[in-house]
Design a binder for this molecule. Sequence first.
Ligand SMILES: [Zn+2]
Length: 324
Amino acid sequence: MTVNRGERQVNITISKGRAIVNGLAAPFKPSPNIGGGLKPEYIVLHDTGSGLNDSGSISWLSDKASKVSAHVVIGRDGRITQLVPFNVKAWHAGQSVWRGRQLLNGFSIGIEIINPGKLSKVSEGLYKGVCTIDTRKDPSLVVKQAKTTAHGDGYWLAYSDAQVAAVTALCEALCNDYPIKEIVTHWLISPGRKIDTNPLFPLEQVRLACLGGAKPMGIVDTSRQDSDESATDEDDVIPIGTADDVTSHDEIAASRPVSDESAGGLGQVWKLVKSKTQWATTALGGISLTSLSGFLQDWRVLAVVGAVTVALVALIIFERSRKP
Ligand SMILES: [Zn+2]
């Protein structure tokens, strides 16, 4: 697929499990952290939670000791490095569930995007997280404050245009070559445990380009421009996903529930319902919180329609009973 990347274009096709970028196979650094054959149905987008240079993440994801991998890493400049062929399982999702299916590594392609994850503000233009981001020294770096129920409140580095163009072109090519049902993020499939990608990632835009507008569920976008308000953030960015059999270091909850100030009366009720159903979601296992949210939101509408219907029927019966 061809996507405009500023003045240049990115053309990506897939051949024998490898990404072909502008006619050339993407650089390949094989990772030993792989499973068996893969028939991908989903694409899972991740942040590396790293510094801005892609070489560190590429080394980590291809190091046997890390026990993690991904199919590709996408640098700030849009450069794609492939680590695992798309028809082989990579270890990127860890504990995860989506649409009633668990452990997404078995049926998804993992794309790691270079991004440091959650940042806190030090001073005007200066932010810290896993690395220091100084937007005064490098004006191409844009940091915005944003808050969602899934991510909490924080400062986040905007993805570069080149990254968004590369992710979009790659996802389009993958959707053409494999029966991809949906593009999801790590925070959607591992709610409460992972917060990547960050709230600034244009997921709907990428989904629209690749799948014709299948809307993501459960996304609350309350992003706003950076202000003087300091971030209430002591969460460190958690490491990238682990293999299914590695659970020791990544079970820490990645985000705290944060109240949504924009929610009105119904929003407050909905928040209560959501908090009360969180344990049930876990107990039910097969249902993700977001899909449950979507169902309950529909259910609420149905309940109102049902109540009106019952009232009308009662009125008719009452009217009839008055007749001699
Ligand atoms: Zn991830």
